[in-house]
Ligand binder design. Structure first.
Ligand SMILES: Nc1nc2c(ncn2[C@@H]2O[C@H](COP(=O)(O)OP(=O)(O)OP(=O)(O)O)[C@@H](O)[C@H]2O)c(=O)[nH]1
Ligand SMILES: [Mg+2]
Length: 246
């Protein structure tokens, strides 16, 4: 287990309630079933938060309400669903008569764990960043007189997760990968419309050709006036990670 893995393991032992934060665009990739099992085995109460709901159609998420434990949809960024989350937490605290609740927040890198803490506290106190892997050690944040929260670094099982998935989820910087074009092609397959809509180019059957069109449109060229596929692919992935492509 990595040192980050150990931190999460310890946080589960210390907490009464665990918030598992998932990215609404990639629920299955960001979900950690083994971790959920560990939480339940420790008699900890699990609340599953689907965050970044501002980036998807809420109707598409409905099936997860039944599938995930205590599932709540929110957008930490747009403050949507956050009152419901606070209500749920307070309900659990009162029902279980937890005197000094400790709430741990766990999940994949970059899903918005620190942002969720900030929204619960009401003002910025857990540092957030566009960059994945931002939160390093565990950090205690008091959100009210009684309630303490613990922020954790994002943990992933690198062997189980493909590089393309890490980039699409925002857990890996696109500038560090070898074949960014292949990741963009995967993105075009998952969401055929959005690239077309955002960059206003026609999606061709040959997706490499679509990439060339975008490169030329954005004037990303290399020697000989040829489209710079590597550069435009990285730019598209950066736009995607920032949530600019909707
Ligand atoms: N669109 C959108 N972006 C969000 C939302 N919540 C967080 N973000 C963005 O996602 C990025 C990561 O947020 P963090 O709160 O730092 O994520 P984290 O899970 O703590 O990340 P690590 O500590 O690096 O593992 C930031 O750029 C946030 O602004 C949301 O609800 N919607
Ligand atoms: Mg963080």
């Amino acid at each position: 287990m990595s040192s980050f893995g150990w931190i999460v393991h310890k946080v589960i032992q210390e907490s009464n309630i665990i918030l598992e934060v998932l990215d609404a665009r990639f629920i299955e990739i960001t979900r950690d079933i083994k971790l959920e099992q560990k939480i339940k085995n420790r008699n900890c109460i699990l609340i599953t938060i689907i965050n970044k709901c501002d980036l998807v159609k809420i109707e598409d998420l409905e099936p997860y309400k039944k599938k995930l434990e205590n599932c709540i949809f929110i957008s930490a960024k747009k403050h949507l669903g956050t009152d419901l989350l606070k209500k749920k937490i307070n309900e659990i605290i009162n029902k279980k008569k937890i005197r000094k609740p400790i709430i741990g927040v766990v999940g994949f890198p970059n899903v918005g764990k620190s942002s969720v803490i900030n929204v619960l506290k009401g003002k910025g106190s857990a540092k957030t960043s566009l960059e994945a892997g931002y939160t390093k050690g565990k950090q205690f944040v008091r959100i009210s007189k009684n309630i303490m929260m613990i922020d954790t670094p994002g943990v992933i099982d690198k062997q189980q997760t493909k590089e393309s998935e890490l980039v699409l989820v925002g857990a890996k910087n696109p500038s560090t990968i070898k074949d960014p074009d292949l990741v963009v092609i995967k993105l075009m397959k998952i969401n055929p419309k959005i690239v077309e809509k955002h960059y206003k180019v026609k999606l061709k059957v040959n997706k490499e050709k679509t990439l060339e069109d975008i490169a030329l449109k954005l004037n990303y060229k290399k020697k000989g006036n040829l489209p710079n596929i590597d550069r435009v692919s990285k730019k598209i992935l950066q736009d995607w990670q920032k949530g600019n492509i909707l």
